[in-house]
Design a protein around this ligand. Structure first.
Ligand code: AP5
Ligand code: ZN
Length: 213
């Protein structure tokens, strides 16, 4: 299967990706995770992306399209993939269509993580991540076994620099202005499934499984 996950910051894209990628053996291509890795490795691309990310603005289409195009060439992505956080603009969606056409494949489903903005601050402020794997936890909704420590590796968890109330506001603005139109783009193709993303984590997983079955 080839899936796209679209939703505002904190809506649960990364959390559900981690579950379905294992169940369906899909490769998980998370634009934000790849960008954060480039920023912390201080690659030329990371240096270019950092300023926009710190402000909660979108990184330029060219940079992100380049990363995704490269990542999709991995042999493990041939059977199927989850695009988490890409495309986020209509221009990115059009570029993706061109890439897929070249490969002779199509997107099966677009999962739209519908959720009220008001819920997202609590999601974001309680989030702790394990940067190397992209696993995320939540102090209230999905606590790690030992506070501040990754369940799998025992390594320390960190909070994301852009997970402040002020930066969340600008991330939400970018979402509504630039990414919401992408949902309409795919609605016209008849492949969007809308999820109740404000529900508890396991309920959302059930909805995702139903859509994919
Ligand atoms: P990115 O990393 O993609 O951030 P985002 O879209 O803002 O999404 P998040 O990762 O914050 O949220 P999520 O939906 O994955 O939530 P999660 O599952 O962790 O992008 C970061 C930045 O990179 C962007 O701002 C931009 O600058 C740049 N960028 C990325 N892609 C780009 C692109 N295509 N073009 C241009 N720029 C780009 O869940 C959140 C928390 O809630 C967790 O703690 C989790 O445990 C908890 N939780 C999850 N589900 C539930 C539930 N159902 N109930 C209760 N708690 C839950
Ligand atoms: Zn995420």
């Amino acid at each position: 299967k080839r899936l796209i996950l679209i939703g505002p910051p904190g809506s649960g894209k990364g959390t559900q990706s981690a579950i379905i990628k294992d169940e369906h053996c899909l490769c998980h291509l998370a634009a934000g995770d790849m960008l954060r890795a480039a920023v912390s490795a201080k690659t030329p691309l990371g240096i270019k992306a950092k300023e926009a990310m710190d402000k909660g603005e979108l990184v330029s289409d060219d940079l992100v399209v380049g990363i995704i195009d490269e990542a999709m060439k991995k042999p493990s992505c041939k059977k199927g993939f989850i695009l988490d956080g890409f495309p986020r603009t209509v221009a990115q969606a059009q570029k993706l269509d061109e890439m897929l056409e070249r490969q002779g494949v199509k997107i099966d489903k677009v999962l739209d993580f519908a959720i009220d903005d008001a819920v997202l601050e609590e999601r974001i402020s309680g989030r702790w991540i394990h940067p190397a794997s992209g696993r995320s936890y939540h102090t209230k909704f999905a606590p790690p076994r030992v506070p501040g420590v990754d369940d799998v590796t025992g390594e320390p968890l960190i909070q994301r620099k852009d997970d402040s109330a002020a930066v969340l506001k600008s991330r939400l603005e970018s979402f509504h202005r630039q990414t919401q139109p992408v949902i309409n783009y795919y609605s016209k193709k008849g492949i969007v499934a809308t999820l109740h993303a404000e529900k508890p984590l396991t309920d959302v997983t059930d909805e995702v499984r139903k859509v994919l079955s």
